[in-house]
Design a protein around this ligand. Structure first.
Ligand code: GLU
Length: 417
């Protein structure tokens, strides 16, 4: 298998083993916490607008419920498959543990092309998928949230379908809901804001000033666009941005706010007036201080890692760097903020939303952001201290923190029956 078609779950397992070895984790606990607890594959038949019925395949994986209910997003994308969802669910387990929130890890997905589907088709897909996984989800069991190409509207449909089946309103079954349905202030920008906080911590550690940084962002969705805007507001210069349709460059700095408006109008950053076009592959090799992969997995591979010229790589996406690429970046002494730490702001505010939902309580945006900042800074410090003490890469250190916490919970709970 070449790296490009290697299993993403194998990659998650390779990262797990590296951290588990350093923790000298015994085989009993190691094998118990390594594999997903439950993997569900469902058929999702949907009536299309033209009257035909199309069958889609959907997945929900609960990797761990050792520390709390399974938690993780739901993705709609043509490349979704069980292997990918298993990997993403595994990363959620360590992510929740690293930021110290009382959740396990889960993930779901439907293999479909949401860009070619109407809103009605997406609603019917979501409602049927929710019905198929209904016995497995719930505020105390498994709580979906947005991920790539799902959004607050999709969460509202899930919440409604679940509630109608139960016979009463259950806002705690999903996070990332619209505010009107009990969503939390700040949830939409939580992932990007969390990435921004970790970049701030990394810059402080490396004695770099935020307002002197040049930044390249691959992927201009919910995470990439928010972190670009916040870095720009902090005085950094966003010089290159790409999305699935194209890539734009401006050495004097792109204005992220205008770029977001432009993308909302046209569907892509491509053709943005205050920029020049650039081949998307060149973005990764652009000389800059911070490179932010904010798209999908397999972005930084052994084929392109050697050309990276950034000082910091901040993984806003899940699994953007393959293990072989990791080794190349380490040899180049690139400071990598691993996904399970870097993008944990999303699930952290999901936890704050869940707490508010089950108590029918609402916090101000500033309060949510303050809590998020404290959790991100504390988590970064915990991981950095281990990385420095044990002389291991940040990814391994983060894995050690997450795995150790899950292992401890697992030992305390013991083996049932
Ligand atoms: N999809 C996001 C992630 O990968 C958020 C998950 C959540 O809020 O549960 O972390």
């Amino acid at each position: 298998m070449t790296e490009t078609n290697a299993s993403v779950f194998d990659m998650a397992m390779e990262q797990f083993e590296a951290a588990a070895d350093l923790l000298q984790l015994d085989d009993d606990v190691r094998n118990k916490i390594k594999y997903p607890e439950r993997c569900l594959i469902v058929s999702v038949p949907v009536r299309l607008d033209d009257g035909r019925i199309q069958r889609f395949e959907g997945y929900r994986v609960q990797h761990s419920t050792a520390r709390g209910p399974a938690k993780g997003g739901l993705r709609y994308h043509p490349r979704v498959n069980l292997d990918e969802v298993k990997a993403l669910a595994t990363w959620m387990t360590w992510k929740s543990a690293i930021v110290g929130i009382p959740f396990g890890g889960g993930k779901g997905g439907v293999c479909c092309n949401p860009k070619s589907m109407s809103s009605g088709e997406l609603e019917r897909l979501t409602r049927r998928f929710t019905t198929e996984i209904l016995p497995f989800i719930g505020p105390e069991k498994d709580i979906p949230a947005p991920d790539a190409y799902t959004n607050p509207q999709v969460m509202a449909w899930i919440m409604d379908t679940y509630s109608m089946n139960k016979g009463y309103c259950v806002p705690g079954v999903v996070t990332g809901k619209p505010l009107e349905l009990g969503g939390s202030m700040g949830r939409i920008e939580a992932t990007g804001r969390g990435v921004f906080f970790t970049i701030g911590c990394a810059a402080e550690h490396l004695k770099l000033k935020l307002d002197s940084l040049q930044v390249c962002v691959q992927g201009f969705g919910n995470a990439g666009s928010v972190v670009a805007r916040l870095l720009d507001e902090a005085g950094a210069k966003v010089i290159a941005v790409s999305d699935s349709q194209g890539c734009v460059y401006n050495g004097n700095g792109l204005p992220p706010g205008k770029l977001i408006d432009y993308k909302n109008r046209t569907g892509s950053v491509s053709g943005f007036p205050e920029s020049e076009p650039m081949p998307a592959e060149d973005l990764l090799h652009c000389p800059c201080d911070v490179l932010i992969p904010a798209a999908l997995e397999d972005a930084i591979t052994e084929d392109n890692a050697a050309g990276i010229r950034a000082r910091i790589v901040a993984e806003a996406a899940n699994g953007p760097t393959t293990p072989a690429a990791d080794r190349i970046l380490q040899a180049k002494e690139v400071f990598l903020i691993p996904d399970v730490l870097c993008n944990a702001g999303g699930v952290t505010v999901s936890y704050l939303e869940w707490v508010q939902s089950i108590q029918q309580l609402f916090w101000e945006e500033a309060d949510v952001f303050k809590r998020l900042q404290n959790i991100m800074r504390q988590s970064f410090k915990t991981v950095l201290d281990i990385s420095v003490d044990r002389k291991v890469p940040m990814r391994t250190a983060a894995g050690m923190v997450g795995i150790e916490r899950v292992a401890r919970a697992t030992r305390l709970r013991g083996l049932y029956p």
